[in-house]
Design a protein around this ligand. Sequence first.
Ligand code: SF4
Length: 78
Amino acid sequence: MAYKKPMPVLIDEKVNYLKNNIQSVLRMGFIYRNCLNCIEWDEGKEECKRFKSRPPATIIVYSCPQWSQAVSDDDIPF
Ligand code: SF4
């Protein structure tokens, strides 16, 4: 069978808008865990405060077992 060059995926403006909103909800709702929504992430230094280093890309994207959700007002037990 002859090689067929893959066609680029065309994403129109509406699909792109929807994709960006879904990503934002998953990230900010802590459904999709990654370093950027972990309480240990240092935004300024762009590194993990717990391990004092910048994790590999796969860890940044998928998180590590020590991922921890930011504490919100809802977590205060009194
Ligand atoms: S998910 Fe793991 S590596 Fe990433 S910031 Fe949190 S503790 Fe650090």
